[in-house]
Design a protein around this ligand. Sequence first.
Ligand SMILES: [Zn+2]
Length: 168
Amino acid sequence: MPSPYAGAVVSQPGPLCPECGGREGPLGDCTAVFEAQQLRELEQPTMYAWHAVSVSAYLLQHPSTASDRHRDAQFRILQLYHDRGMDALQGFVRHQRARNNHRSTRGYDVEPLAPYLALPSRPAPTAFDSTIQDLPASDQSFLGDGVDEYARRIDGMIDATIRAWLQG
Ligand SMILES: [Zn+2]
């Protein structure tokens, strides 16, 4: 049976997001996709492994949704994952968690992020080659075509976020 959305998507493409430039799909605008993804992450430990980088990429593509206080750290976290992979990301997350348990102050320990490029001080890009609208599988679930494909789409969103910010 064809998807009830198939005709609508072809004949009436959704609006473009004013922040990331992604085209609204069957799940709704970027906020709706982000909320759906966050809910699924809570149920799916496999998906939760990408939590820090998927949130960072989303916020860097939608600067109006968050304060700019952590934006530089978020940009560097994406580079850490991009350069060194999932094990390095998990090590970083564990380190931050342990640190926040021991101290009353919240926020990132920025030392592990020092080797990475600072977020360029320029207006946020408004177009990215890959956005949160690209994360759902064709059945609109996130893991519908398997975790490897989900990981590939996350990687694409992260690459696009780093590139757009560096290129301006
Ligand atoms: Zn968007």
